[in-house]
Ligand binder design. Structure first.
Ligand code: BT5
Length: 319
């Protein structure tokens, strides 16, 4: 796209580039360049124009535009296509519709805000400007029984990216990343499957970054670090961790991911209360198996396998 090409030229030069130079490089007229420069300015880019010297990029908007997300991203697969919305209902729904129409694996759908952000089981996800709300289309070719491993993998990737910022991020089974006991990220994995094979997985991730979140149980990167962070860099770092973990999962299976998951888990070894299909059990979270299910040791010594559910960490089993 001409707009992206202009942006690339301005970025690479880091100084004034004349309209004529850009027009020659892109094989279009100078008037066409000016039109695209104006479009970029409407998108929030700050561009100085000087009669003789041309155009200079002086400011980038705080938006997760596809060009910005892809610029400098080290990935081959995840993020090779990025779709951006200022507002949408839910990035998971948009990504699903695209996947149904056969969009490539690795496509990332990002929204600045969502007005129907989804949690699991019909719950709402609060989405305000300043967070990272994105969904990735994956085609892992795994057994539907193993789809939970994608959720656990993403929790590992997000945790690693948050730790690079200096946060003590930990994982709460199955789909939460916590900092100081509060939820900083939630993951929603949805799939389309036949009996024995997954057609595609939509991996939705919501990360509270510079946004407000009106919940006592939640926190944000900004409030934990006491400063705003570069949302774009964090989004790129999450996508890079995700690519590494996804390739490991595809090539070597879930075991190496599980090792990292155990390392960052805040759930294992703890007394927990797990609600699963209307039933609530208490016990000690013993381990996670190779399908991502939680193994809970009950007070009578039996071990229950929980495929999915809600998990609360308890101080003690008598709590
Ligand atoms: C989740 O569900 O944690 C999955 C959240 C996935 C959100 C992403 S954003 C991009 C993509 N598009 C979507 O529409 N969704 C995905 P669950 O475990 O059911 O947790 C939901 C609960 O978390 C809610 O009932 C609230 O208590 C709490 N919650 C809601 N918004 C939150 C937020 N922004 N931060 C932390 N906690 C939140």
């Amino acid at each position: 796209m001409a707009k992206d090409e202009i942006l690339r030229l301005l970025r690479e030069k880091g100084d004034y580039v004349s309209g004529e130079q850009m027009a020659d490089a892109l094989g279009v007229s100078r008037a066409a360049i000016w039109k695209q420069v104006q479009a970029l300015m409407r998108d929030g880019y700050e561009i100085e124009s000087h009669q003789n010297r041309g155009y200079k990029l002086t400011g980038i908007p705080d938006r997760l535009y596809p060009f910005e997300v892809q610029y400098g991203l080290q990935n081959q697969l995840i993020g090779r296509k990025v779709v951006h919305f200022n507002v949408t209902g839910s990035t998971n729904i948009v990504a699903r519709q695209m996947a149904e129409r056969g969009i490539d694996e690795g496509t990332v759908v990002i929204a600045e805000t969502q007005n129907r952000g989804k949690g699991r089981l019909g719950r709402k996800w609060v989405t305000r400007q300043g967070g990272i709300w994105m969904s990735v289309v994956l085609k892992p070719g795994i057994d539907p029984m193993h789809a939970a491993s994608i959720t656990l993998m993403a929790a590992v990737s997000v945790t690693k990216a948050l730790r690079e910022l200096g946060l003590e991020a930990v994982i709460k089974w199955p789909n939460d990343v916590l900092v100081n006991g509060k939820k900083i990220c939630g993951i929603l994995t949805e799939m389309s499957a036949e009996t024995d094979v997954v057609n595609f997985v939509i991996l939705g991730m919501g990360i509270n970054v510079n946004n407000d979140v009106p919940l006592d149980t939640a926190t944000t990167v900004r409030s934990e670090l006491g400063r705003k962070v570069d949302r774009l860099k964090l989004a790129q770092s999450i996508l890079e961790e995700l690519e590494e973990d996804y390739i490991t999962l595809r090539d070597e299976g879930f075991t190496p991911i599980l090792w990292n998951w155990r390392r960052y888990s805040d759930t294992l070894g703890r007394p927990v209360e797990v609600t699963y299909q209307g039933e609530t059990i208490r016990g000690i979270a013993q381990d996670v198996d190779d399908a991502g299910s939680l193994l809970v040791k009950l007070p009578d010594g039996n071990v229950r396998k929980i495929v999915s559910g809600d998990c609360n960490h308890l101080r003690s089993l008598k709590q």
